[in-house]
Design a protein around this ligand. Structure first.
Ligand code: FAD
Length: 384
């Protein structure tokens, strides 16, 4: 059976794996990218993708440096945020308060994927599609991946970006703690009656978190974390739009459904390690977070940027010292984001504790009046 050898094999060509493969190829590394289902590059104009991301300016710059940032016509921006508690708590902050033009850009999943894959198709990256990895092995010198068709790929490093249910993580015997939030994230897009003013709105509703993110024009994208997603998924377009508009206090007038609702399970995944001999995990394979801060994919892009930087242009890409550097460089950012999102989730999901609802709403309003802390929050949002 045939064998091929590379500097790095990237397993998984979602947003995170695709960005890593491109970054490494641009550093002159020989890269193979294994992806069972590469995305379509044509017909993107029709309709809107309900899976959208608030991409930090730092990650927008990373993707632009790879010539993989989508064209401006489908990009929205968040100029300000308006966060409401489940009583009267409120926190409002804007990019202008920290001298920035935006807190984040809003981009659709399939446009970002297509931009990355367009660049990949024009590069020297060897794309292996329609195949999954069947066996993984490593020794001190290299990693070895056997594919479904029996082909063997070897490399100094195997990068696992194969998503939250990572096959590689399991195959490598890396234990992970998985905590279900007992909730799903329901996503859908809507046309809105009134302009959103490039403001991202979020409501802590007691039994869930509702977010409206501004798309270009009079459109918004919703992410609603809730335990009873089946109820929302069963509604017809008109009833869905009506329910979502009412949950947000009709802040933008009437809504009209543009894309049907879809749901994804919310889990907190923490692997014991993200590196092993000749193996590094990144993206959802390395961590998941509650989407209430919209930071899942932002963490993944920073994994890709930091792993590429640790690997560098020369020398052994899978050298243990480089892998440890990568692991250390990501540990704090990932832990901070997981802890913050998990803490907020728990703070707003403890209705039984007397006085807590009042306390958390007062806290939100207090931060609103503390200039430095509020500016610090805005800086975190833009990834300063
Ligand atoms: C409906 C939905 C809405 C979401 N909305 C948000 C949001 O609003 N904000 C947010 O931050 N996050 C959101 N997320 C989560 C976000 O999509 C993920 O954090 C992000 O996609 C992670 O990227 P990734 O490249 O690490 O993994 P993935 O996007 O999961 O990509 C993994 C890739 O690996 C490939 N693969 C799988 N198995 C193998 C294998 N054995 N061998 C090789 N390749 C393999 C898959 O085909 C896939 O292309 C949402 C997720 C869903 C499903």
């Amino acid at each position: 059976m045939s064998e091929q050898t590379f500097d790095v094999i990237v397993s998984g060509g979602g947003l995170v794996g695709a960005s890593l493969a491109l970054a490494l190829a641009r550093q002159g590394r020989e890269v193979a990218l294994v992806e069972p289902n590469p995305p379509a590059l044509a017909g993107l104009e029709a309709g809107w993708d309900a899976r959208i991301y608030a991409v930090s300016p730092q990650n927008q710059a990373f993707l632009a440096s790879l010539a993989a940032w989508p064209g401006a016509e489908r990009i929205g921006r968040i100029a300000s945020m308006d966060v409401r508690g489940d009583l009267d708590g409120r926190l409002v902050f804007s990019a202008a308060e920290i001298g920035a033009t935006e807190l984040a850009s809003i981009a659709e999943n399939r446009w970002m994927l297509a931009s990355l894959w367009q660049a990949i198709r024009q590069s020297d990256i060897v794309v292996i599609e329609g195949q999954r990895a069947r066996h993984f092995d490593s020794d001190v010198r290299q990693a070895k991946l056997t594919l479904d068709d029996g082909r063997i790929l070897k490399a100094a490093l195997l990068a696992g970006a194969d998503g939250a249910n990572s096959w590689l993580r399991r195959e490598a015997g890396i234990a992970a703690s998985v905590k279900s939030y007992g909730q799903s994230g329901v996503v859908a897009n809507f046309a809105c009656e009134r302009p959103h003013g490039e403001c991202a709105r979020q409501w802590f509703l007691g039994d869930g978190v509702l977010a409206w993110l501004p798309l270009p024009g009079n459109r918004i994208s919703m992410v609603w974390s809730m335990s009873d997603s089946a109820r929302l998924l069963a509604l017809d377009d008109a009833a869905l739009a009506d329910t979502v508009a009412r949950a947000g206090g009709e802040a933008l007038g009437a809504l009209t459904t543009m894309t049907p609702a879809a749901a994804f399970p919310l889990r907190l995944i923490r692997p014991e390690h993200v590196v092993r001999q000749r193996l590094a995990l990144l993206g959802d394979a390395a961590h998941t977070v509650h989407p209430l801060a919209g930071q899942g994919v932002n963490l993944g892009f920073q994994d890709a940027a930091m792993l590429a930087a640790s690997i560098g242009r020369q020398g052994d890409p899978g050298e243990w010292i480089r892998l440890r550097r990568y692991e250390r460089s990501r540990r704090e950012a990932v832990l901070t984001m997981q802890t913050a999102c998990d803490g907020l989730f728990r703070l707003f999901h403890q209705p039984a504790l007397p006085g807590l609802a009042r306390l958390r709403n007062t806290g939100l309003s207090l931060v609103n009046h503390l200039g430095p802390l509020k500016r610090q929050l805005a800086r975190v949002a833009v990834g300063f």
